[in-house]
Design a protein around this ligand. Structure first.
Ligand code: RP5
Length: 167
């Protein structure tokens, strides 16, 4: 059977305002040549779109969902409730509570419906991309090599000594 050509990772977010954060997940997946799609899917404002997305994702060939949201961040948990695919949650930094609300909403799932919660903001988005790639790499030796090379390059880029940043 020919391998599927479509996206393997679905990056969804609650709002356009989340894209500045979630773009970091998209960037790392692009660097690793993992096909991904990006969609605005709000648990609150577009519940039917979320229902349709979560229900169709597996059939369309998506293998991992990365869901980013801020504030009352129900998106990752609701997506996880409607698909058996692994869902990685990225808490987007909110203005009012600096993302603590997003973090707790995403992390404190009841037993039975898991969401893999990452760190708040950019670091969480980057790590969601890396973790999605690591999951896919379990069954993709070429991707496993690219991921190992990415990590080796990062290690090599860390200087031995700090430099002064005084102005
Ligand atoms: C959430 O509300 C989104 O995930 C976003 O982080 C937050 C604020 O959305 P906007 O008011 O900026 O559209 O649903």
């Amino acid at each position: 059977m020919a391998p599927r050509k479509g996206p393997l990772v679905g990056i969804i977010m609650g709002s356009q305002s989340d894209w500045a954060t979630m773009e970091h997940a998209a960037d790392v997946l692009a660097e690793l040549k993992v096909p991904a799609e990006h969609r605005i899917v709000s648990a609150h404002r577009t519940p039917q779109r979320l229902y349709d997305y979560a229900h169709d994702a597996h059939e369309r060939g998506i293998q991992v969902i990365i869901a980013g949201a801020g504030g009352a961040a129900h998106l990752p948990g609701m997506a996880a409730a409607m698909t058996h695919l692994p869902v990685l949650g990225v808490p987007v930094e909110s203005k009012a509570l600096k993302g603590l609300d997003s973090l707790l909403s995403i992390q404190q799932m009841p037993g039975g419906i898991p969401v893999g919660a990452l760190a708040v903001g950019k670091a969480g988005a980057i790590n969601a991309g890396l973790l999605a790639a690591a999951i896919l790499a379990l069954n993709d030796p070429a991707l496993s090599k690219r991921l190992q090379a990415w990590r080796a390059k990062q290690t090599k880029a860390i200087a031995q000594k700090p430099v002064s940043e005084k102005k």
